[in-house]
Design a protein around this ligand. Structure first.
Ligand code: PRP
Ligand code: ZN
Ligand code: MG
Length: 226
């Protein structure tokens, strides 16, 4: 892993809601990728680009720390990491190069189907499980509601049934996960899509050239998808 290489490093999600479409975007942009599923780094054969396949939660930090040059990530994950880094006084600079036309979802609060819910004040004194504690905390503050936040990295949707929480705050796209777990969506607190981000201070001429080649292609693909 050569820090001084001019190859452009792009961080993408290894598996999950953005991985297929990120992959498809690269292919549509003419990148020939050696697809061996389990590999962390995929070398693009016809351009000086390496694709890093990581957990989505790691993507904002990799770009903010300047370890990767570009990243494709959901705004929800990006915003959560930004809020956390601001609190921790860690670097959280980046530029958004493009808003992408995929990865649409919403971060919502959901309660059990039969629960009484009259609005955000019904959450006062309750316990809410989420993977997005900073975004949830910001929302609760805006609403003037005090609730306890339980931070779970996964299986958030089973928390109410397991007696770990009264409500959840999680991503919803089709709504199938909520439905399957007897949950009812009551508030949308954040709407998200995938974005292409760039680290600050990209100055390498070769890297800038690749980015300038890539951007019009990405715009064209996004327009064709509209
Ligand atoms: C989200 C969320 C739910 C699911 C909801 O997970 O945590 O599990 O998607 O989607 P649905 O409304 O279409 O059922 P995600 O795919 O983002 O994976 P991750 O939480 O592991 O990052
Ligand atoms: Zn994730
Ligand atoms: Mg999930």
């Amino acid at each position: 892993f050569n820090q001084h290489s001019s190859r452009l490093r792009i961080a993408t999600q290894k598996s999950g809601r953005l991985s297929q479409e990120s992959q498809a975007l690269f292919t549509s942009c003419g990148l020939k990728i050696n697809l061996r599923e389990q590999r962390l780094i995929a070398h693009v054969e016809n351009m000086d680009i390496d694709i890093l396949r990581v957990r989505d939660d790691d993507i904002p930090g990799l770009v903010m720390d300047g370890v990767c040059d570009l990243g494709i990530v959901g705004e929800n994950v990006l915003e959560e990491e930004s809020l956390q880094r601001q609190l921790d006084n860690e670097p959280c600079d980046y530029d958004i190069l493009s808003r992408l036309s995929f990865g649409g979802c919403r971060l919502s609060i959901a309660v059990q189907q039969e629960a009484d819910y009259q609005g955000p004040t019904s959450l006062a004194g309750k316990t809410i499980a989420t993977t997005y504690p900073r975004l949830l905390n910001r929302y609760l503050k805006q609403q003037g509601v005090q609730a306890r936040i339980v931070n779970l990295k996964g299986s958030v949707e089973v928390a109410p049934r397991a007696g770990l929480a009264d409500a959840i705050c999680d991503l919803v796209s089709t709504g199938a996960t909520l439905e399957a777990n007897g949950l009812r969506e009551v508030e949308v607190i954040y709407r998200s899509k995938a974005v292409l981000i760039q680290r600050k201070n990209v100055s390498d001429a070769a890297q800038l050239k690749i980015i300038n080649t890539l951007m019009p292609r990405i715009s064209a693909v996004m327009q064709a998808n509209e």
